[in-house]
Design a protein around this ligand. Structure first.
Ligand code: GAR
Length: 210
């Protein structure tokens, strides 16, 4: 059976969605860069091993990346899942896990990379917003797109109401992407996403009814 590790920095609701979805693999560890991350307690209560690699304990970004990689490699994961992991990872770290490192970002990439995506979407006046799961490449919030979910922007939305609508869809698409990978149906091939047994890429875009 394949195994995966999840990296978090905070609440961990995407982590919960993935673990609760009973994807076909074993969660070998949940690793946080912040000792106070709420998701650690949730994982521990489920019997999932947890670890902290505190970025504040490292003198440099390179040292942090090396400490994080050492912890990840103890579990020899098939897949590394960034789920609200809020540290920028260096190029050599990303290359080390190329093709087995995925992330979720709360926008329809390539629109609105970076932070405060929901406020940015409202400020831009877009009518459609959403979330993206992608393979990670060295450039921030970029990389081959695996699955996206679109949601409407409604009159009167605040960043918080919009974030909640997007987050509900994150919890749909992230477990689906992890499931595909662990089934061996999803891979990165020379920079392109290959998804087998999913006709015409159907299922790689979620648009909720309503
Ligand atoms: C999620 O909305 C995720 O998309 C976002 O952080 C939140 C984490 O929530 N990630 C990023 O902004 C990465 N650039 P969670 O801890 O409840 O899963």
């Amino acid at each position: 059976m394949k195994n995966y590790v999840i990296l978090i920095s905070g609440r961990g609701s995407n982590m919960e969605a993935i673990i609760d979805a009973q994807v076909p693999g074993r969660c070998a560890a949940v690793i946080s860069n912040r000792p106070a991350a709420a998701g650690l307690a949730w994982a521990a209560a489920r019997g999932v091993p947890t670890a902290v690699v505190d970025h504040k304990a490292s003198a440099s970004r390179e040292a942090f990346d090396a400490a994080l990689a050492a912890e990840i490699d103890r579990h020899a994961p098939d897949l590394v899942v960034l789920a609200g992991f809020m540290r920028v990872l260096g190029e050599s770290f990303v290359r080390r896990y190329e093709g087995r490192l995925i992330n979720i970002h709360p926008s329809l990439l390539p629109a609105f990379p970076g932070l405060h995506t929901h406020a940015a979407a409202l400020a831009a006046g877009v009518r459609i917003h959403g979330a993206t799961v992608h393979f990670v490449t060295p450039a921030l919030d970029s990389g081959p797109i695996i699955i996206q979910a679109a949601v409407p922007v409604l009159p009167g939305d605040s960043p918080d109401t919009l974030a909640a609508r997007v987050l509900a869809q994150e919890h749909v698409i992230y477990p689906r992407a992890v499931d595909w990978f662990l089934q061996g149906r999803l891979r990165l091939d020379q920079g392109r996403v290959v998804l087998t047994d999913e006709p015409m890429g159907a299922g790689a875009l979620i648009v909720p009814a309503g």
